[in-house]
Design a protein around this ligand. Structure first.
Ligand code: NAD
Ligand code: LMR
Length: 303
């Protein structure tokens, strides 16, 4: 009987993996703030990521609908929706990666710092629950101001005794996505081949795109072009906030960027070598305690 059970569970496992015989590990991803402007398209993108076997969608409201909708997509990840504080623990239990886009977005005229008072409390509550229910998860912090929400999360985890600096990431991938798009457009290069590291932080002049290290290099750009590209990358968030005219900030491009970063985390966990992404983390690169830079082995891989 146990042999039958064993082969049945193997069949189920394989069918969820699209009949692949490769040993892709089971990975659970939780999205906190999953019914929001970023959360919904991010839920869609994580549902179609073949590395995800279980997708947990948590919000204070609206997740049953999002989960029912996304769950009909014929990809392997099993989707569950969770709503309200009493379901947060179950949503988090066993998570390998937790993505946090929970919190209020900017309106025109606001800086990211204006979101601090509300979002600091939201992030503190969610990180307290992460420390309790999935202390080993990689945490991808999207909620703004990232320059502050990441240190807040670090303090919460320290207090709980679960802090591992290699597992807490401020998601700055949208700055990289923008820098690549703007650089490729200006230099006339194929955008899919372009890479631009972005270091520093995730607010205004703390966003430092390193066009001098962009690949492929371009010799068609003037110093003025570089200054303009730098400014556009730094102001990319504000460009979207103003264009949305009171209806929030970047959601679709952020969901894409969040999905790229979460995919890098999953690949790292699965032992894929040479995963490289920029992210805002505890750092010794400068005298600042947190700084965005290129991360590779040690962050995305255990080696
Ligand atoms: P949104 O208002 O559309 O969605 C936020 C969601 O968070 C809502 O569904 C809300 O119900 C939920 N929420 C609020 N409190 C919660 C809690 N305690 N637990 C779980 N969910 C909770 O906002 P959005 O456009 O999705 O933006 C979310 C955040 O992401 C904002 O802070 C925004 O500034 C930030 N953001 C960051 C980047 C980046 O590059 N890191 C890019 C864009 C936006
Ligand atoms: C962005 O860069 O788009 C986000 O940080 C949202 C914002 O407020 O600009």
């Amino acid at each position: 009987r146990s042999a039958v059970l064993k082969s049945t569970s193997e069949l189920l496992r394989r069918s969820r993996r699209g009949y692949s015989s490769s040993a892709t590990p089971e990975r659970k991803v939780a999205i906190l703030g999953a019914a929001g402007g970023i959360g919904q398209p991010l839920a869609l993108l994580m549902k179609i990521n073949p590395l995800v076997s279980s997708l947990s969608l948590f919000d204070i409201a609206g997740t049953p609908g999002v989960a029912a909708d996304v769950s009909h997509i014929n990809s392997p990840a099993l989707v569950k929706g969770f709503m309200g504080d009493d379901q947060l623990g179950e949503a988090l239990e066993g998570s390998d990666v937790v993505i946090i886009p929970a919190g209020v977005p900017r309106k025109p005229g606001m800086t990211r710092d204006d979101l601090f008072n509300i979002n600091a409390g939201i992030v503190k509550g969610l990180c307290t629950a992460i420390a309790k229910h999935c202390p080993n998860a990689l945490v991808n912090m999207i909620s703004n101001p990232v320059n502050s929400t990441v240190p807040i999360a670090a303090e919460v985890f320290k207090k709980a005794g679960t802090y591992d600096e290699k597992k807490l990431f401020g998601v700055t991938t949208l700055d990289v996505v923008r820098a690549k798009t703007f650089y490729a457009g200006k230099a006339g290069l194929p955008v899919s081949e372009v890479n631009v590291p972005v270091v520093g932080g995730h607010a205004g002049i703390t966003i430092l795109p390193l066009f001098s290290q962009a690949t492929p290099a371009s010799n068609s750009l003037s110093q003025e072009d570089i200054v303009a590209l730098t400014k556009r990358t730094q102001d990319g968030g504000t460009e979207v906030v103003e264009a949305k005219a009171g209806k929030g900030s970047a959601t679709l491009s952020m969901a894409y960027a969040g999905a790229v970063f979460a995919d890098a985390c999953l690949k790292g966990l699965n032992g894929v070598p040479d995963v490289v992404e920029c992210s805002y983390v505890q750092s010794t690169v400068t005298e600042l305690p947190f700084f965005a830079s290129k991360l590779q082995r040690g962050h995305f891989n255990s080696g």
